[in-house]
Ligand binder design. Structure first.
Ligand SMILES: [Ca+2]
Ligand SMILES: [Ca+2]
Length: 351
């Protein structure tokens, strides 16, 4: 009897030792949160990435199990102010600010691709222009136009400015620009698996970062396109294009604009078949994406994954604000609705 009481006491002591170790590690993490201002600690976990819901796109199938480790994530998209600090300190020049080197570009394209007009090779970027009537949505070049001189400092081209938009997300940044910023900041771009896990905000299989309430029927929770895309925008959410970061409620992890505002670059190459390939592997631990990109519609273009949708998304067109929605974007292309946020691995003392 006495021996069994001792055994129970030892078991209780061991349990509490581990419990207090866990609590102290947790408090270290919480305390360290102060040392990573502007970032939220995203606890690691295991989940089924992708979607099999009726409104899903084919590249979201099949759902498959992934496991991600804990990491830090910027609570908002990188702002013009943050990007300006980076440029001021490093002299970095974005891709949209440089002339396109046709000889170099040609090597990455399908043999026989014709040289575009010289005007298309001058520095510039893609901006949105509403149509003057409702149009069919099968040709996006109806609302995208190449604007000479458009870049992160001049989002709508020469004459436009970000002077009063320091707390807006930086745009017209290509994937390489985002990677350069992340390195300078001592961070990195999130993987697609990390991004989706974080967007879910701790909820079980939600459609949106806030849960399952329809984006059109619930109180405004994100900056997207209301009305008839790309013709008429009612601006019910208050913004025609991008909005200052943190304009809407955060998700369960304290992350803002994980739906809408601007699309966010992930580190992964975009391959339409990534999920099918990963499903065969069993549980994918911290998946980093495929070795190369592949989009059957544009097989010669190197694409990276972007997530979260933008101010141009609505249900009739892309529904990019769904947590599982994924598209590929040419990695050297800047767009007026694409930005990014960064993540950081936990330090050794935090593991
Ligand atoms: Ca809007
Ligand atoms: Ca966003």
């Amino acid at each position: 009897m006495f021996k069994s009481i001792i055994t129970v006491l030892i078991a209780i002591a061991i349990f509490f030792s581990f419990y207090f170790l866990y609590i102290s590690k947790r408090s270290i993490l919480i305390n360290n949160q102060r040392s990573n201002p502007g970032m939220a600690l995203i606890p690691g976990g295991q989940y089924f990435i992708g979607s099999n819901k009726p409104d899903s796109y084919s590249n979201e199938y099949p759902k498959h199990e992934v496991k991600v480790s804990s990491f830090w994530m910027d609570v908002h998209e990188v702002t013009n102010y943050q990007f300006m600090e980076f440029v001021n300190q490093t002299g970095y020049v974005t891709i949209a600010e440089k002339e396109i080197n046709w000889a170099k570009m040609k090597k990455t394209l399908h043999p026989g691709t014709l040289k575009p007009p010289d005007s298309m090779l001058e520095p510039g970027s893609l901006i949105f222009q509403a149509t003057n009537k409702p149009v069919s949505l099968d040709d996006e070049m109806q609302w995208w136009i190449w604007k000479k001189g458009a870049n992160w400092r001049h989002p709508h081209g020469p004459g436009s400015t970000i002077i009063n938009k320091m707390n807006y997300p930086v745009v017209h940044v290509a994937w390489d620009d985002a990677v350069a910023f992340a390195k300078w900041a001592g961070k990195r771009l999130p993987t697609e698996a990390e991004w989706e896990w974080a967007a879910r905000g701790g909820l079980m299989d939600p459609i949106y970062p806030w849960g399952n309430n329809s984006i059109t029927k619930s109180q405004t929770k994100a900056n997207f396109w209301q009305g008839i895309f790309p013709f008429m925008n009612t601006e019910k959410d208050g913004f025609y294009e991008s909005s200052p970061v943190k304009s809407y409620d955060p998700n369960g992890y304290g992350l803002y604009d994980m739906a809408g505002n601007v699309w966010e670059w992930c580190n992964d190459y975009y391959n339409i078949a990534t999920y099918k390939i990963n499903k065969e592997k069993g549980i994918c631990i911290n998946p980093k994406g495929p070795d190369k990109s592949f989009d059957p519609n544009q097989p010669d273009i190197k694409k990276r994954v972007v997530r979260g949708g933008s101010f141009l998304c609505n249900d009739s067109y892309c529904s990019g604000y769904r947590v599982s929605r994924r598209i590929g974007t040419s990695q050297d292309t800047g767009l007026i609705h694409t930005g990014f946020r960064c993540v950081m691995d936990l330090g050794k003392s935090e593991l």
